[in-house]
Design a protein around this ligand. Sequence first.
Ligand code: ADP
Ligand code: MG
Length: 311
Amino acid sequence: MAGLDALVVGQVARDIVLLVDDLPDPSRTAPVRRRRELLGGKGANQAVGLAQLGVRVGLLGVVGEDEVGDRLLGQARSDGIDVAPVLRRPGTPSALIVDVVDTRARWRYLEDIPEATLLTEADVTGAAEALGAAQAVLVQLQQPLPAALAAARCARAADRLVVLDGAPDDPAGGAELLALADVLRADAREAGLLVGDPPKDAETGLRAGRELLDRGPSLAAIEVAGVGNAFVWPDGEVFVPLSDTPTVDTTGAGDAFVAALTVGLLHHDPYEKIARYAVAAAGATVGHPGGRPALTPAAIEAQLDRIPAAR
Ligand SMILES: Nc1ncnc2c1ncn2[C@@H]1O[C@H](COP(=O)(O)OP(=O)(O)O)[C@@H](O)[C@H]1O
Ligand SMILES: [Mg+2]
């Protein structure tokens, strides 16, 4: 396990993506225009994005001892992800997420995420060695709070870069999590959970970022839905608008964003550059159905050209 650049702590799931013109009314059917079956779940998506960007990445999550679990791990391995930390849990099917997205990019998720496929605190403390050995630890806050906290504590104790994505359900436990974080990234809804209201524009996005910075992290990245992303650090801030790329499905764009942002931090790039790179990675993910990123240098370059100047 020694020598990993990043370890992602989060969800692994089988993703079924169905592209439809419109959702059928009850008692009606609709043809599926395109179907994809993918390794998915936010943790796996982030790990795939990191691997595509050349990072030696491991994954800590849970799959069942079923055939689906075998396939998910096989796919992750062929993506270049170190799956040694993934737990196989007996007695549970692996998680399943069905992403039904229409031609206007409106997604609906049907999720079968058995409790047993979530990480427990014991799962995480059992992986303390792996957590302490990676340069950066990415923690997805859709996992139960005790597990997320344990991961952040382990990483912090080893002086690793702690990157959080999301918002904890329990604001009380959230205070300790934020205090342990180097980076907090939240989509607009999650930002609303953290600061009271989802930001509506660049100014409220930046203000939310500053408020969150006071709670611990040294970089906050906050989505303003449909507008862009605010980045705030102790001695600077930038608001990066969206790329003008046509959106098919935003699923996984946040995960690609987090992957790219982590890469920029591992490279010690300046925050302004990291900000545009993260938004470019998100932009490179919204043009296809499903959350699996397809990050190549060319795709990111193309997106960088499509992002209006930061303000
Ligand atoms: N055209 C676009 N260009 C760049 N970024 C985009 C574009 N459309 C959406 N995004 C970004 O994608 C991200 C989606 O985040 P999120 O909702 O967390 O996705 P997920 O959790 O499915 O990965 C947001 O940060 C949003 O600003
Ligand atoms: Mg997200």
